[in-house]
Design a protein around this ligand. Sequence first.
Ligand code: NAP
Length: 329
Amino acid sequence: MSRFISALAVALAATSSLAAEIPTNGLKEIPALGLGTWLSDRDKVDHAVEYALDNGYNHIDAAWIYRNEDQTGRGIAASELSRKDIWITSKLWNSFHRPSEVEAAIKTSISRLGVDYLDLYLIHWPVAFVPDEGTKLDKKTSIIDTWRALEDLVRANLTRHIGISNFAKSDVEEVLAVCEICPYAHEFETHPYLQQQDFIDWHAEVGVKVIAYSPLANTNPIYRRDAPPLLEDPYWKELAARKNATVAQAAIAWGFQRGTVVIPKSSHEKYIDENRDAAGIRFSKDEMADIAKHDRKIRMSNPSKNWGVQLFADLDDHLELEDETVGEL
Ligand SMILES: NC(=O)c1ccc[n+]([C@@H]2O[C@H](COP(=O)([O-])OP(=O)(O)OC[C@H]3O[C@@H](n4cnc5c(N)ncnc54)[C@H](OP(=O)(O)O)[C@@H]3O)[C@@H](O)[C@H]2O)c1
């Protein structure tokens, strides 16, 4: 009997060290609208998240590097929605690409967000840094080494899905060629000023969903100013007025209509409501074709120079770095 009890105790101890079960009745697919949290002030993001979740949103886009996952988690905990009805994405930072670092990194995000599991965990950039050495490139860790470690996170019930972010087409192909658990989604910059329609169509062909970040183009205040602010752009103002909408709503609705998931960030209730209400706006075929002609092919987010790596090499508006400064990915 005592042997039975101690065997039972060992079994229970082993079970309790496993990740929690992921509910099978959670959201089937990623919701089309999410709330972004990059640059969301630490003292505002909890309210923004709670407000959004209590007013029609069910998807939060977070990341370790945003340094506000704990406050984002407070907003999630305070909301009326239950965990299974919320889609939560987070991202693996470049310093944790070594397979030995990956599980601890997701567990940190999970714990800060105050949940038991994620819905989607992305490799934030196809660039590995040496742990604890700033942006020093880790040339020994490949994208595939890191991808294999992400696959194990799904097997360990730490995340329902895995994906990628900021990958060039050739990087995506590299993962698709070998994946056992394949990318659910690719999150990258795309908006009216950087449409990348061919790249988006290609993702549909290979079965990877696209999450459109910075959907309001240069509205993010840290982005470049050598294009008119999207919200002041006469073409978009006229188009939005025709729909009785704001420019932000028109840009978000256009993102929905071309099949991308859209994740605008705001910490203002007014904008959070406004962006949610983009859902009913539709464009005709001719309007969609005309919007395509107004692509400026301007990329706002590109750390290639700072990191000394050639990012987005086969995509619109990449930087050509001098050969000697380019790191191998
Ligand atoms: N994977 C990646 O590498 C990556 C990179 C960039 C972004 N992202 C994700 O994508 C999210 C969105 O991108 P983003 O933050 O760069 O840019 P964004 O959502 O296109 O723009 C955010 C800016 O627009 C303002 N805004 C939002 N709605 C508005 C409205 N209806 N009218 C007027 N202004 C409005 C916000 O103001 P307030 O905040 O002052 O309300 C904020 O300054 C990020 O928060 C992050 O979650 C991911």
